[in-house]
Ligand binder design. Structure first.
Ligand SMILES: [Zn+2]
Ligand SMILES: [Zn+2]
Length: 150
């Protein structure tokens, strides 16, 4: 499934989630949500802040941090803890993995149903119970590979 972008259905979704949690959907929270839904990358809080300032110059970075933390608790977004990376946010809640370019730091979504369904190795059973699977692939993206040739 591809990213849906921002639409009326996504507004309804966040509205009912906030209502259920007893959280007020303020103008700034809604704007932060819109920015996330329109993002085609995996933005950091700082990225969201910079983009938002074009529309709301008064928005504070701290507000963005706190709102994103709230969204994370409510399951609206997923916080990514990638190796060697700042915290990034993902609105794509469909099961997927990530390709990280080690040169330009771009993070792309990967779908791998076979991996999701694969039987876990015996050693995992001896360690504990797995709740979710997230694979982080590292390498060079095609743009960086092209540049390497030049
Ligand atoms: Zn790259
Ligand atoms: Zn993702």
């Amino acid at each position: 499934m591809e990213r849906q972008g921002f639409n009326n259905k996504s507004i309804d979704r966040i509205r009912s989630i906030c209502e259920e949690a007893g959280i007020k959907l303020t103008h700034q929270r809604l704007e932060i949500f819109k920015e996330l839904m329109n993002a085609t990358d995996h933005p950091s809080a700082e990225d969201i802040h910079v983009r938002l300032q074009k529309r709301i110059p008064t928005v504070a970075l701290d507000t963005v941090y706190r709102t994103l933390a709230t969204f994370d608790e409510l399951g609206i977004t997923r916080k990514l803890h990638l190796a060697n990376k700042r915290n990034l946010f993902d609105v794509n809640l469909t099961q997927h993995h990530h390709f990280v370019c080690d040169r330009c730091r771009k993070v792309e979504d990967i779908y791998w149903p076979d991996f999701d369904k694969a039987t876990l190795p015996e050693t995992v059973v001896g360690i504990g119970k797995v709740r979710s699977r997230h694979l982080e692939l590292h390498g060079l993206c095609n743009t960086c590979l092209e540049q390497n040739k030049e």
